[in-house]
Design a protein around this ligand. Structure first.
Ligand SMILES: NC(=O)N[C@@H](CC(=O)O)C(=O)O
Ligand SMILES: [Zn+2]
Ligand SMILES: [Zn+2]
Length: 429
């Protein structure tokens, strides 16, 4: 079966502008790309999708998400999580192992991959834990987990506290050409804190999470990465100090890469309106100075990609309040509209820069075959209405998680169709 996607606005990197293109998809791959300047192609015998006036992009890639399966299906499952991803324009997502049980055995990796194949609607790439049950005591069986389909190792949700454990993990991962993905957090510096050190904590008399709790692990780990030669990837960078350390490590050739989330690029602790736990995530919203630093880090390439850290929780859990609720906010269905409205529509970035940080950059860093609109590439495609404005309505999310600080925000840049491997998995075109 073959489909022509007609009249799409495709970003031309060399010309730094949008150009009309027609894209033909056949057998799951991009079979042809025709210039709009040459008129409409002959579509007889083909299905057609008219993308007139819409952005046509390679599907977005999100290398840090929580699908909550197995064990926390009341928060999210692979069916609901991948539907939420598709609505956000994501065609490939990499899921974290902090489930119940933790994804620390080949059997659990297989469980996730089987579920994704039968119930998922986008590509799901599973990470496996670095340590058994993410307890930081004993390494998992890296070789068996890689063999089963894990794409990297991480204890996301907690930091690996023991430096020797992390060094051993890095040496082993390096020997099998696998990345270590790190949630950077020193446990001793964050006890009893829910928000960053800063104005909000002061105002409410709360203990703050200091920037060093993150950066101290980044500093330790780039040294260990240098010593072991591993590809080391830093999760959800939120502080000025972490950006500085990653920039320095990159400048001396350490194989370090990093990600940043929309909320850390857009919100600071000074935006938190109340003790509402929809503003609670880990790492926390930092100070305006940190926001500026992560923006600059993303702009100069110190930070390689944008990820959502989609972290759904139930309404009941979030109702426990700022101190008791679990950390985390949902991300899939607001990520692109937030980034587009805040940085592209406002004239700070060319559209191509945002697209690169959500498609080709994650693909490059993790060696994925997707992420570009190119003949022969898998037909993972996202169509976005850049013009229409809509209000964020968490109750309308496909995700089970309605926990977001962005409810009621008026945004542009809403995905309207998502295609994975040549099949339309979601459309409101
Ligand atoms: N980011 C969060 O605030 N929460 C994540 C854990 C994590 O990403 O560290 C979760 O699993 O809920
Ligand atoms: Zn984390
Ligand atoms: Zn996470």
């Amino acid at each position: 079966m073959s489909t022509w996607i007609l009249n799409g606005q495709v970003w031309n990197e060399a010309a730094e502008q949008l150009e009309v293109k027609h894209v033909r998809v056949e057998n799951g791959v991009i079979a042809a790309i025709a210039s709009g300047a040459d008129g409409l192609p002959d579509t007889a015998g083909h299905e057609t999708i008219d993308a007139k006036g819409m952005l046509l992009s390679a599907g977005f890639i999100d290398m840090h998400v929580h699908l909550r399966e197995p064990g926390f299906e009341y928060k999210e499952d692979i069916a609901s999580g991948t539907r939420s991803a598709a609505r956000g324009g994501f065609t490939t997502i990499a899921c974290m192992p902090n489930t119940r049980p933790v994804i620390d055995t080949p059997e659990t990796i297989k469980y996730v991959l089987d579920k994704a194949a039968t119930e998922g609607i986008v590509r799901v790439l599973p990470y496996a834990a670095i340590t058994k049950n993410e307890l930081g005591r004993e390494l998992t069986d890296f070789a068996a987990l890689k063999e089963a389909g894990a794409i990297g190792f991480t204890d996301d949700g907690v930091g690996v506290q023991n430096a020797q454990m992390m060094k051993d993990a890095m040496s082993l991962a390096a020997s099998m050409n696998m990345p270590i993905i790190a949630h950077c957090e020193d446990d001793t510096l964050v006890v009893g804190a829910a928000v960053t050190e800063g104005k909000f904590a002061q105002k409410h008399g709360l203990k703050g999470i200091p920037n060093e709790s993150e950066a101290i692990h980044v500093g330790r780990d780039v040294l260990l990465a240098e010593a072991t030669g591993v590809h080391y990837h830093v999760c959800h960078v939120s502080t000025e100090q972490s950006v500085r350390l990653i920039r320095l490590a990159k400048s001396v050739g350490v194989k370090v890469t990093a990600e940043v989330c929309p909320h850390h690029l857009i919100l600071s602790d000074e935006d938190i309106p109340s003790l509402d736990a929809n503003w609670k995530m880990n790492p926390p919203l930092r100070t305006p100075r940190d926001v500026q630093a992560v923006i600059e880090g993303l702009e100069d390439g110190t930070l390689d990609m944008i990820v959502t850290d989609h972290a759904p929780h139930s309404a009941e859990e979030k109702a426990r309040g700022m101190l008791l609720a679990p950390f985390g906010i949902t991300g899939f269905e607001t990520a692109f509209p937030l980034m587009y409205t805040h940085f592209v529509k406002n004239g700070k970035w060319p559209l191509g820069f945002l697209l690169k940080r959500m498609t080709t950059d994650p693909a490059r860093v993790f060696g994925l075959p997707t992420g570009s609109l190119a003949v022969g590439a898998p037909a993972d495609v996202t169509i976005v209405d850049l013009e229409g404005e809509r209000e964020v309505d968490p109750q309308a999310f496909a995700s089970k998680g309605k926990n977001t600080p962005f409810g009621g925000w008026k945004l542009n840049g809403w995905p309207v169709l998502t295609m994975v491997n040549g099949a339309v998995v979601w459309s409101e075109l």
